[in-house]
Design a protein around this ligand. Sequence first.
Ligand code: BG6
Length: 478
Amino acid sequence: MKKGFLWGGATAANQVEGAWNKDGKGPSTADMMTGGTHTQRRRITPILEEGTYYPSHEAIDFYSHYKKDIKLFAEMGFKTFRMSMNWSRIFPNGDDASPNEAGLKFYDDVFDELKKYNIEPFVTISHYETPFGLTKKYNGWVSREVIDCYVRYCETIFNRYKDKVQYWLTFNEINVLTLPGTLFSGAGALADGMESIDFSSEENDNAQMRFQALHHQFVASAKAVKLGHSINPDFKIGCMIAYMCNYPHTCNPDDMLLTQQTTQINNKFCSDIQVRGYYPGYGKRYLEDNGIEIKMLPEDEEILKEGTVDFYSFSYYMSLLVSSQPQGDTVGGNLMGGIKNPYLETTEWGWQVDPKGLRYTLNEVYDRYQIPVMIVENGLGAVDKVEEDGSIQDDYRIDYLRDHIIQMKEAIKDGVDLMGYTSWGCIDLVSVSSGEMKKRYGFIYVDKDNDGNGTLERKPKKSFNWYKKVIETNGENL
Ligand code: BG6
């Protein structure tokens, strides 16, 4: 691994911070999402229901535990910590006249604490955390007005933290909006007359609105990149894609073609725009074929061209099969599923484990863009058992991460310019898809269950010491 490789871990504000309404914070879209389970979907509710459990409201209370948690990250030797900022902690309604000083101060404290241990903050500006005020007033990203709110938020945090943060991601997994069922969580929209809507449900999906919202995010991202560079030319600002590695089910040319088209729309469409600065031809055809007409302003083309990103980042969890024929055996994913691959195992949550798919993906991405790449999410969601002696023997997690890191090293040998690796949920946190605590990703165990009970005590798992060694030896000792 090259010198300065960014080893670390990743989280998102809404999944760790809690303190959802403390010190002036307003509600975000994520705060309107109920708990769920592997088999029972979370719901998004337009008003908070009395007696209903909303996991983000306390999460793991990183808000008051951040010093302890960062100390543990430092013990593992983290070079970087990927975190998101809760937009509604800074602008409680999204379009307030001035920012909330207490919110800004909280992130000052977090960045200072990281600095104490020489841990580089890696900040996602928006990680499914659109202020709910913008949902109510503008129907979220469906409206163009939200672009200006986002840019003002960026201007505020870029100016405030210009000497504390160098790495930024404009939107987490921006490409999820190409998938049906993501309008209400991803773009923070409200369905007409909605009482509540299931997370990632295709009911009430509206492709026209989804792609319009996505266009607004492209413009917002490009404006943020340009603005960021003007505030601090040393800023490195990246895109972030949920990479869904697709293989054809068979060598039938129809399967091949469908795999290519699926990969183009689900994976490459957004990064083509964010890295290259224009809508690709296959994308225009897809929109036309699906009767989607995006409203653009004449200046948008120029904005996209001027706001291309400095690096490409992505999350990687699994690969999926694509078939032109209906197939019986399917597997899950948090936002999309696919056909079962007989060569691969699945996790307890039905996610297909494919380390070699990571090498394949890294090559695909780097071949296409030739800009630095960063893996900002990868990990295993699993049930952990606390043994009688208090230890957590998570060898399955070590195996998963080791296998992926081995393939990551192969990709580097293939010539990929890789900046770093941050495993997902380095400390146990709330699952996005199920709202559970039981689906754990961490090196650090947090004592809390699905219903919110527990002491919130932190405890290193076996994987904690393993990852510490990995970082210490710069990936040699796996
Ligand atoms: C990614 C998201 O899609 O997957 C994270 O960026 C999320 O926020 C992660 O937590 C894992 O998914 P889940 O559903 O297991 O939490």
